[in-house]
Design a binder for this molecule. Structure first.
Ligand code: AMP
Length: 249
């Protein structure tokens, strides 16, 4: 069974994100970039399924600038077999990404697509759901467990207040949540091996996909700064401050 996994290049979650002075977006020049953490979980899941003998090939896809090749190389070093870069300088919103992925799915015919539940830069949490809708495939979002059972997948989903178990017929789209697994670290020998793995580059136009943005960012701004906290000597002082200054008790 072939699995397609998507890997987005995002600002490293440990880097302080700065808004551009003109409010048009966030600063990405000279900023450390990395694979979106939920995409790492998606890749890890596909690799575990391959190690268990359920999956025969893992194809990683990234859409964006040429530097997304680095993100794909990381996926290959983790254990994916092949990479596809859909190279574009356009701002890629979830609908455009889903349309591109639909075209890749048509070409690759995977039995399962695993995407991250959410990209930590735009926090959209839309791509997997849109892709399933465009393909007319079943979807299971926020997965914390996936078991392939012949022609279907049993998925445990993280929902408000608990877990939901459902079965989806394959082919299907699953989105990976935090507790699905703990991604492995890439080792130096595997980074070297990944350099020899195949990577293909295509343009959205060649796939016949219109990636024009449908949403316009009007303005971006940093959250208001919070004042510094104060240290209190004891519980008595804390209670007095809560009562008389904060007036919350
Ligand atoms: P989002 O809907 O933007 O929160 O993204 C959800 C998931 O869709 C991400 O975790 C990725 O797996 C996938 N995705 C979104 N944008 C891209 C992209 N430009 N390239 C590859 N995968 C993407």
């Amino acid at each position: 069974m072939k699995v397609l996994v998507t890997v987005k290049r995002v600002i490293d979650p440990y880097v302080k994100v700065r808004v551009k002075s003109d409010g048009s977006g966030v600063e990405t020049a000279n900023v450390k970039m990395t694979m979106n953490p939920f995409c790492e979980i998606a890749v890890e899941q596909a690799i575990r399924m391959k190690e268990a003998g359920v999956v025969s090939e893992i194809v990683a896809v990234s859409i964006g600038a040429q530097q997304c090749q680095e993100t794909l190389r990381t996926a290959l070093a983790m254990g994916a077999d092949r990479g596809i870069l859909v190279e574009t300088g356009a701002e890629m919103q979830p609908l455009a990404v889903a349309k591109v992925l639909k075209a890749i799915v048509a070409k690759e015919q995977p039995k399962l697509v695993i995407v991250g539940k959410q990209a930590i830069d735009d926090d959209s949490n839309q791509t997997g759901q849109m892709l399933a809708a465009l393909l007319g495939w079943p979807q299971a979002a926020f997965a914390s467990g996936i078991v392939i059972n012949g022609e279907s997948a049993d998925v445990t989903r993280e929902i408000d207040g608990g877990l939901e178990k459902l079965t989806v017929k394959l082919p299907a789209v699953v989105t990976a949540d935090l507790r699905l697994n703990e991604p492995r670290y890439v080792t130096l020998p595997n980074i070297m091996k990944a350099k020899k793995k195949p990577m293909e580059t295509v343009k959205p136009e060649a796939l016949g996909v219109d990636v024009a943005p449908r949403l316009k960012t009007l303005k971006m701004q940093e959250p208001a700064r919070r004042g510094a906290g104060v240290k209190v000597a004891d519980v008595k002082e804390l209670v007095a401050k809560l009562k008389n200054e904060a007036r919350v008790i």
